[in-house]
Ligand binder design. Structure first.
Ligand SMILES: *[C@@H]1O[C@H](CO)[C@@H](O)[C@H](O)[C@H]1NC(C)=O
Ligand SMILES: *[C@@H]1O[C@H](CO)[C@@H](O)[C@H](O)[C@H]1NC(C)=O
Ligand SMILES: [Cu+2]
Length: 129
């Protein structure tokens, strides 16, 4: 390849690869998973969630579930209709848009009393110039 073409190829790799390679998968709660009496606020605090990243909620099937909720639903633990629940025990949610996102467990008082609520802020990918 001529030097100019090499430069063009390297430039394209430099633009495309970082965004693809950096798409992260976050196991919510890390080794603890999605469970009661875990501080998800602390877990999320210093993490940067970017559009394209994934959240994975891991828990024993039937013990918990996951609902995506808005700010009101998050603060008051308003459980949406059951048909909106994620229930697989390995629920993967891709963060498609920037902004604040809230996730709660809809079982019993897990959200209101036992801390099963996660709020995150999703940001746009870093732009390369
Ligand atoms: C937020 O969710 C609640 C409960 O599901 C719903 O009643 C309300 O209309 C929603 N608010 C907005 C602004 O979408
Ligand atoms: C859970 O989901 C992740 C991400 O979608 C996947 O890579 C993994 O294989 C799944 N694990 C199990 C045990 O199903
Ligand atoms: Cu729960």
């Amino acid at each position: 390849m001529a030097p100019m073409q090499v430069l063009v190829v390297l430039a394209i790799i430099g633009i495309v690869l970082p965004s693809a390679a950096l798409a992260a998968e976050f196991i919510v709660g890390d080794a603890s998973g999605w469970t009661t009496n875990f501080d998800y606020k602390a877990w999320a605090r210093h993490k940067v969630f970017t559009v394209g990243d994934k959240l994975v909620f891991k828990y024993p099937v039937g013990k918990h579930n996951v609902f995506k909720v808005n700010g009101t639903g998050f603060h008051h633990c308003i459980i949406p209709p059951a048909n909106e629940a994620f229930t697989s025990g390995n629920d993967t949610i891709t963060l498609l848009t920037p902004g604040k996102k809230g996730y709660i467990c809809g079982v019993g008082k897990h959200c209101a009393k036992l801390g099963m609520k996660l709020a995150i802020k999703v940001v746009l990918p870093h732009h390369h110039h």
